[in-house]
Structure formats: structure tokens, C-alpha cells
Design a protein around this ligand. Structure first.
Ligand SMILES: *Cc1c(COP(=O)(O)O)cnc(C)c1O
Length: 404
């Protein structure tokens, strides 16, 4: 018989509990109910997956961003109870609308999901027959007008609804393109400078012709002000990614704007099933996770965070510059990924290594470091790093360049 005394005795001969985690010893002692066998288990290691320092940014392929503890706590909390999915979406939508001072809001499956659902709602309105008809747009308004410079891969989110993309270059072309099949006008904030018509004029044209306007702001946080700016400016619908600058769940997003349009968009989402959005479900855990991520984001000291990023970038830049022949540029993209960013280039006659080789060495070193870049330069941001990691990056960059 195993008495409490014997068990304690046998445990005392084992290494500290932390050292047992992940070895299976804990559950072998029958303590799995008091100490989770999952605590301390390194899933990535088990799976043979290397983690890395993210010196690149909020890239989808790199899993976006890291969630704060408060966010994962909200996710864990969500997993403990049943609630009505629609009720949760209603209440969280209202709370987000209040926080962001807009008419209405809903949590979507990413910015991409928000674009698809937003357009679907615009086309169907509250007519459930039309909801069920999509993506067949026969007899429905199905043209979306956007500027040629805004026509990126993500416009597939619009095509998924069954819509036809109509691209224009000038105001005159835009006004000529509007006809009785026009459902919506779509604007890509990231590419504002690649096209002639800017925000206010775009909205004014939409209002003049009574066409709803949508702006994709997926990667446009920071600055925080953008969360408020575009609904107030007059866009009918606005989309943000939840898993980029907001640091919510990667598969979450925000659709903000006109209540009647977002209500209609919701008709295309679970628990309803006869629609194009059934596969864009957002579970209760992620709905709560995004809400908390947003609350944290709104409260955080953005000036202090910006200063930290600037200092981190300067440290890495100085470290690279200490190698003769190296040049750096520190810049802040005007639209999208609006954070202090570093470009490192060098004279390859003096520093005999290509940017691709440098990036490969960074990725293959210990710890692994992911960067962006091209044939001519290496690109680095620090906003997705844990504080302190900038020192490791600075050292590795210097080592690789100095030894080339
Ligand atoms: C990231 C991104 C998207 C997709 O956002 P998800 O939240 O990953 O669905 C759409 N548009 C732009 C401009 C983006 O940068």
C-alpha cells in the first residue's frame, strides 16, 4: 500500500518537480490530477519544430504575433463554459464598438474573413434567400471597384463572395465604372500612395453614388489612432487583423462600421450553416482573446513602446555599422507595419557575403533569427521581439558581417 508518507519519501528522492515535467514521471506517480502533465511540455521540441527570434515582423508564415498572458488567460477561461455563440458575438461586438467609438463591430476570422463577410453582407442585406444564394451572384449586385494600385492578392477575399473586381486608375474612370451592378468600393490602406484617389475623396465618391466603401487596414496598427480614424472618416466598413499589431489570436480579426451592414455580414457566419462563411467560424475562446488583446492594446503606453523599438533598432544598427563597408537605413513605413525598421546593406567587395547568405546564417544559428530582405539588403524590425532579444540579434549580425 502506498501511504502518504511513503509517497512523499519517494518524491523527495526525485529531482525538483520542475525537472520532472515532460518526462512522464509525474503522471507515473499518479499526480496527473494535481499537476498537469502538459505544464512545461515543450510541444515544439517534441514535434521537431524550431522556434526563432522574430526580427522580421507580423508575417502570417511566421505565425503573426505573440499573445500576452492576459490574452491566453481569457482563451483558457473561455474554454471552461458553454455559452450561446450568437449572444457572445452580440455582446463582444457591442463592447468593441464602444471601445472603438464606432457604430458596430464583430470579431471575424482575420482581416481576410472580415473582407469576405463584409462584402457578403453588403450584397445580401438581411435577405436570407440572398445569403443562401452566394457565391452565385446571378441577379445580384456583384461588382467591386478598386484602384489598380490596390489590387493585391488579398482581393481574393472579395472574389470568394462571387464578386467581380473592376479596377480603375482615375476619379473619372471610377465614376464611369459605377453602374447598377456596383456593390461596393474597396480601398487598401497599405497601398494609399500607389493610387491616385485618397481616403476622403474615395469616401465622397461612394457617398455621392450611394455605394458602400470598405477599407482594408489589416496591418495598420500601430498607430492606435487608426482603430478610430477610418470609421469616423466615413468608411462604411473597416477591417483589421487581430493577430498582427493587436497581438490577439492569429486567426482573429475585426470588422468595424455600419450596424446594418455588420448585422447582414453576421448572417453569413456560424451557427448558421447555409452560407459562404460557415468555414470562417471564430470560437468563443478567440472572441474573448481578441477582446482582451484590444483592451490591452488601447491601455498600453504607446510612447514608451515606440522609444523601446527605436532604441532596439539603433542598437542593432550601431552593431552592424561597426563593420567597415556596412551602411544602414532606419525608417518607418508610412502605411502598414508603421514601426521603426532597419535596412542593412554593404559593399560586397569589402564584406564578402550576400544578404541571402547572411539571412540564412541568422536563421540557421543558435538561437535561430528570422529576418526579411532581398538580393540587396537585410531587413529587421524589433516589435515582435521579447525585450532583450535585440542584443542577441545585434551580436549575431555583427559576428556574421565581421567574419565575412
Ligand atoms: C495580413 C493582411 C490581410 C489578411 O489578414 P488576416 O488577419 O491574416 O486574415 C489582408 N490584407 C492585408 C493588407 C494584410 O496585410
Amino acid at each position: 500500500m502506498v501511504t502518504r508518507r511513503k509517497l512523499l519519501k519517494s518524491l523527495s528522492t526525485l529531482p525538483v518537480v520542475g525537472g520532472l515535467m515532460g518526462t512522464g514521471l509525474i503522471s507515473a506517480q499518479g499526480l496527473s490530477e494535481t499537476i498537469s502533465p502538459y505544464a512545461g511540455r515543450n510541444f515544439f521540441k517534441e514535434l521537431g519544430i524550431r522556434t526563432f527570434i522574430n526580427a522580421a515582423g507580423t508575417y502570417t508564415s511566421m505565425t503573426g504575433s505573440l499573445m500576452h498572458k492576459e490574452v491566453t488567460e481569457a482563451i483558457s477561461f473561455g474554454a471552461t463554459e458553454f455559452v450561446d455563440l450568437d449572444d457572445l458575438h452580440d455582446k463582444v461586438g457591442e463592447r468593441i464598438a464602444e471601445l472603438l467609438e464606432c457604430e458596430y463591430a464583430t470579431v471575424s476570422s482575420g482581416a481576410f474573413g472580415a473582407i469576405t463577410l463584409g462584402l457578403a453582407g453588403v450584397i445580401s442585406g438581411m435577405d436570407t434567400k440572398k445569403v443562401e444564394q452566394l457565391p452565385d451572384t446571378t441577379g445580384l449586385k456583384n461588382e467591386v471597384i478598386l484602384q489598380e494600385g490596390h489590387n493585391i492578392a488579398y482581393t481574393h477575399a472579395l472574389k470568394n463572395v462571387g464578386a467581380k473586381i473592376v479596377t480603375v486608375k482615375t476619379r473619372k474612370e471610377l465614376e464611369n465604372a459605377i453602374n447598377k451592378k456596383t456593390a461596393m468600393m474597396w480601398f487598401l490602406n497599405a497601398n494609399t500612395d500607389n493610387a491616385e484617389i485618397k481616403h476622403e475623396e474615395f469616401i465622397a465618391i461612394g457617398k455621392k453614388h450611394n455605394i458602400p466603401t470598405f477599407i482594408d487596414c489589416a496591418a495598420d496598427v500601430p498607430p492606435k489612432e487608426n482603430l478610430f480614424k477610418f470609421t469616423k472618416m466615413g468608411f462604411d466598413l473597416v477591417a483589421f487583423s487581430g493577430g498582427k499589431g493587436l497581438r490577439g489570436p492569429q486567426s482573429s480579426g475585426l470588422l468595424l462600421g455600419k450596424k446594418e451592414l455588420i448585422k447582414a455580414a453576421r448572417l453569413h457566419t456560424p451557427p448558421r450553416g447555409s452560407n459562404i462563411g460557415r468555414g470562417m467560424k471564430v470560437n468563443k475562446e478567440e472572441v474573448l482573446g481578441l477582446l482582451v488583446a484590444l483592451e490591452l492594446y488601447l491601455k498600453k503606453n504607446h510612447d514608451a513602446e515606440w522609444k523601446l523599438w527605436e532604441n532596439q533598432i539603433k542598437l542593432i544598427s550601431d552593431s552592424a555599422l561597426s563593420v567597415e563597408g556596412v551602411e544602414t537605413v532606419i525608417h518607418v513605413p508610412k502605411y502598414a507595419n508603421h514601426v521603426p525598421s532597419l535596412i542593412i546593406k554593404w559593399n560586397q567587395d569589402m564584406v564578402k557575403i550576400t544578404p541571402e547568405e547572411v539571412r540564412k546564417k541568422l536563421a540557421e544559428g543558435h538561437p535561430s533569427i528570422s529576418t526579411v530582405g532581398n538580393k540587396n539588403e537585410v531587413g529587421i524590425t524589433t516589435w515582435m521581439m521579447a525585450p532583450g532579444q535585440e542584443r542577441i540579434v545585434a551580436k549575431r549580425v555583427n559576428e556574421i558581417l565581421a567574419n565575412a
